[in-house]
Design a protein around this ligand. Structure first.
Ligand SMILES: Cc1ncc(COP(=O)(O)O)c(C=O)c1O
Length: 263
C-alpha cells in the first residue's frame, strides 16, 4: 500500500479471553461439557430484568421521539440526576457537564485512553480486565504498564510495586484501579483507596476508577466510591448499568470527571 495504515499500537489490541473461547469451543465440539463464563453477561446467567424497566422500555418503544438522536453527551436530565446522586454524598462535586455517556463502558474505556497524549501512560493492575490494558497499550504503541495485585494479600495492589513503578517511570501520568475488581473480585477498603490517592498526590497524577461493580459486593464487603475520598485530585469514575441492573445489551456506560479544572 502507498502508506502504512496500521495504528502503531494495533498489536496491543488483543483480548486474551478470545483465545480461551476458541479452546472451549473446540472442547464442546469434542463433546466435552464446558461452562462458558467468559462474557460476564448476568442476563445470560439468569438474572432477571426488573418489571418496571421492561414497562418503561415497552412504552417508549411506541414513541417516535425514542428513535431520534439524543444529546451528544447523554440526556441532560439523566446526567443531572447522576450528578445529584454523587453530590449528595458530600465528596467531590460535579455538574451535569462533567458526565459523559458512551455506548457501554467498554466504549468509554477506548475513548478515554485513545484521547490521551501518546507519551502519557496510565499504570493499571495485573491481572486486569483486558479492555483497559489493551486500550492503554494501543494508545501508547507499547506494552501496557502494570502494577501487581497481591494474591497473598486479598488481591490488593502491591503498594511497593506501584510506588516504585510510578517513581521510576516519569511517563506515568495516571493510575487505574478497578474497584470492585475484575478479574480478582477484590473489594478495596478505604485504607487501600487512600493509599493510592496519596501516591497520585505525591507524583501529581490523575486517577481512573472503574466502578462498574460498585453496587455488587457480597459477603458484607463494603467500599467507597472514589468521589468520597479524592478531595481536589483530578479523577474519572467509570460507571455503567451492564452488571448491576442488569442490562448489558443497553450499551450504556458513563464517566464522571472530577476536578476537571485541575486539568
Ligand atoms: C471492569 C469492567 N469494566 C467495564 C466493563 C464493560 O462494561 P460494558 O458492558 O458497559 O461495556 C466490564 C465488563 O465486563 C468490566 O468487567
Amino acid at each position: 500500500m502507498r502508506n502504512n495504515i496500521v495504528h502503531i499500537g494495533a498489536g496491543e489490541l488483543t483480548y486474551e479471553i478470545r483465545a480461551i473461547v476458541e479452546i472451549a469451543e473446540e472442547l464442546e465440539r469434542l463433546g466435552i461439557k464446558t461452562n462458558m463464563e467468559n462474557i460476564g453477561d448476568p442476563v445470560a446467567k439468569g438474572e432477571k430484568i426488573p418489571l418496571w424497566i421492561k414497562e418503561i422500555v415497552s412504552d417508549l418503544a411506541m414513541k417516535d421521539c425514542s428513535y431520534g438522536y439524543c444529546a451528544t453527551k447523554g440526556v441532560l436530565e439523566t446526567r443531572q440526576f447522576l450528578a445529584d446522586l454523587t453530590n449528595q454524598r458530600g465528596g467531590a462535586q460535579l455538574t451535569a457537564e462533567d458526565i459523559i455517556f458512551f455506548n457501554g463502558l467498554g466504549d468509554a474505556i477506548q475513548k478515554v485512553y485513545g484521547f490521551l497524549k501518546r507519551e502519557a501512560r496510565v499504570i493499571g493492575p495485573s491481572p486486569t480486565y483486558s479492555t483497559h490494558s489493551s486500550a492503554e497499550g494501543a494508545h501508547s504503541g507499547q506494552k501496557p504498564v502494570t502494577y501487581r495485585l497481591d494474591p497473598d494479600n486479598h488481591w490488593y495492589p502491591d503498594m511497593d510495586d506501584l510506588r516504585q513503578s510510578v517513581k521510576y517511570n516519569p511517563a506515568i501520568s495516571g493510575i487505574l484501579i478497578i474497584n470492585p475488581d475484575n478479574p480478582t473480585g477484590a473489594v478495596y477498603p478505604e485504607r487501600v483507596l487512600k493509599e493510592i490517592i496519596s501516591i497520585c498526590r505525591e507524583f501529581d497524577l490523575f486517577l481512573i476508577c472503574d466502578e462498574i461493580y460498585h453496587n455488587i459486593c457480597y459477603n458484607s464487603m463494603v467500599t467507597r466510591p472514589i468521589s468520597d475520598l479524592i478531595g481536589d485530585l483530578p479523577a474519572i469514575a467509570m460507571k455503567g448499568i451492564s452488571k448491576e441492573v442488569p442490562w448489558p445489551g443497553a450499551r450504556c456506560g458513563w464517566i464522571e470527571v472530577y476536578n476537571a479544572e485541575k486539568k
